[in-house]
Ligand binder design. Structure first.
Ligand code: SF4
Ligand code: ZN
Length: 299
């Protein structure tokens, strides 16, 4: 098939719009959408310092690449943070990809490891409890990203979550009946405590498969290995369900997230307290007396 905008061969058919794209027009479309999103949602202000979380997978690598492009349009500072959870046979590969692409983009980076910060790798933490790997990993990774971004005096922390990730989270929180988490939204932490660096997710309205195409089309260095603990996560199954629904009805993922975004302010009001207490052990904000980080670390 030919591109809907020129005579070149198409590399992608966007089902939701009925458009065919050649490599060049796909790039133009993707970059335009990214720039428009950042501008309309005022995600990054002039001269701000932004930390970008980079894992070495397609999403965070694409995000770093696009933020670098954005820097050509208006001035802001950027530093990358790479978290090494200590997952053997997996993280070393993604880490190499992250370092190689960041060096190519001339973005300076900082590596923070679970081993250095918590004395143990994730593999050791979950030795006897692999089913809990993702929740342990998520809590400790978010903790380190926030801590490092704060140390670097960054006012935003950008992550590469895409439309698929976001839709999966909405469904998973509902399925678990975790209404507090369901009602939080991305800036919840910032609203309740100055200790949290504001998070931004500039790719949250981009389909995962379009990010893969963009990364390949621009020959970005990324690693597509799958984490060995992913098989224990509910996320994979929910992802398959959403893929099936998107197949039956293109725009399902988009409608799910935009619908969720519309009810979020009301959910916030109903279920989220205005302020919360501090952890008895570390002083970080928590609703439970002792924060999740301290519980995992067995303090
Ligand atoms: Fe961590 Fe789970 Fe992701 Fe693996 S799949 S990196 S354990 S959150
Ligand atoms: Zn074209």
């Amino acid at each position: 098939m030919k591109c809907s905008r020129c005579r070149k061969d198409a590399i992608y058919f966007q089902r939701q719009s009925g458009q065919y794209y050649c490599g060049d027009h796909f790039n133009t479309h993707f970059i335009k959408k990214f720039m428009r999103g950042v501008r309309e949602e005022q995600l990054i202000k002039k001269n701000e310092k932004v930390a970008v979380a980079v894992s070495g997978g397609k999403d965070s690598i694409t995000l770093a690449y696009l933020l670098k492009k954005l820097q050509l349009r208006y001035p802001f500072q950027m530093e990358a943070i790479i978290i090494d959870e200590g997952i053997s046979g997996y993280r070393n590969l993604t880490l190499d990809a992250a370092k190689a692409q960041l060096e190519r983009l001339e973005i300076s980076y900082h590596i923070e490891s679970f081993k250095d910060n918590f004395d143990k790798t994730l593999d050791i933490f979950v030795e006897n409890n692999k089913e809990n790997a993702c929740s342990t990993c998520g809590v400790l990774r978010r903790y380190l990203l926030n801590k490092k971004a704060r140390e670097l005096s960054c006012t935003k922390l950008a992550t590469g979550h895409n439309l698929d990730d976001e839709g999966q989270s909405v469904i998973m929180n509902l399925m678990r009946g975790d209404i507090i988490r369901f009602s939080r939204g991305q800036n919840y932490y910032k609203k309740i405590s100055d200790k949290f660096v504001e998070r931004i997710k500039p790719l949250r309205y981009f389909l995962e498969k379009e990010i893969v195409i963009f990364a390949l089309n621009n020959k970005l260095i990324f690693d597509s290995s799958e984490c060995p603990y992913a098989v224990y996560a509910m996320r994979g199954e929910v992802g398959k369900f959403l893929d099936k629904m998107e197949d039956l009805r293109p725009t399902t993922k988009y409608s799910l997230l935009s619908g969720y975004d519309k009810i979020l302010p009301a959910l916030n009001k109903c279920f989220i307290p205005e302020s919360i207490g501090a952890c008895k052990i570390c002083g970080e904000p928590t609703m439970d007396g002792v924060c999740m980080g301290c519980k995992i670390l067995g303090k």
